[in-house]
Design a protein around this ligand. Structure first.
Ligand code: VGL
Length: 196
């Protein structure tokens, strides 16, 4: 039996794209790359998940309440919407993270679907063994999701042409990629053929 794959698109939301409240340089450049992957996974009938940062107005995650970040991705706002160019068809399951005022919510593995089911459980129910990950941002949500995915026992392919970094300190993105690879992630690019 071939290994069962899933795609996880991390936080491709307006606030992380140019013009957004916490814009990641080149954040919108991941959209066409991830769309090709979404189309490929959908055509193959493989599961696709999109995580979103989905914060309350007041959270320890925001600078005004003791956190690191400007206000971003507040539930129901335009900044929290997915980038309008992202191919979010009926095949894509949305999972939300960072909903508690005490939670940073960096990892997609903290995210839950509409019924409150966590990502790891959703993946296991579908028999997924390997996850392909791309999105925003390399040095935060992508990194935490990759490391948690490995801890949860999944094989992880990091789509290096489909991520961009916040780079609060220059080089954070590259260091995050090194850390993910050291932990066991494999680097892939979106043009690679999916295994049959
Ligand atoms: C993220 C910084 C703050 C991310 C979320 O999605 O990577 N980064 N909150």
């Amino acid at each position: 039996m071939p290994i069962k794959d899933a795609l996880i698109v991390i936080d491709v939301q307006n606030d992380f794209c140019p013009g957004g409240a916490l814009a990641v340089r080149g954040g919108d450049e991941v959209v066409p790359v991830l769309n090709r992957m979404i189309d490929k996974f959908a055509a193959a009938g493989l599961p696709i998940f999109a995580t979103r940062d989905w914060h309350p107005e007041k959270t320890h995650h925001f600078r005004a309440y003791g956190g690191l970040w400007p206000v971003h991705c507040v539930q129901g706002t335009r900044g929290a919407e997915f980038h309008p160019g992202l191919h979010l068809g009926k095949d894509v399951v949305v999972v939300s993270a960072g909903m508690l005022p005490t939670e940073e919510g960096y990892s997609g593995f903290q995210a839950v679907d509409e019924s409150g089911t966590r990502l790891a459980e959703l993946l296991r129910r579908k028999g997924v063994e390997r996850i392909f990950i791309g999105g925003l941002a390399t040095d935060y949500c992508v990194k935490h999701t990759v490391l948690d995915g490995l801890r949860e026992g999944f094989k992880v392919v990091l789509l290096v042409d489909a991520v961009r970094a916040v780079d609060l300190v220059p080089g954070d993105g590259e260091r995050a990629i090194d850390e993910m690879v050291r932990a066991g992630a494999v680097k892939g690019v979106s043009s690679d053929d999916l295994p049959a």
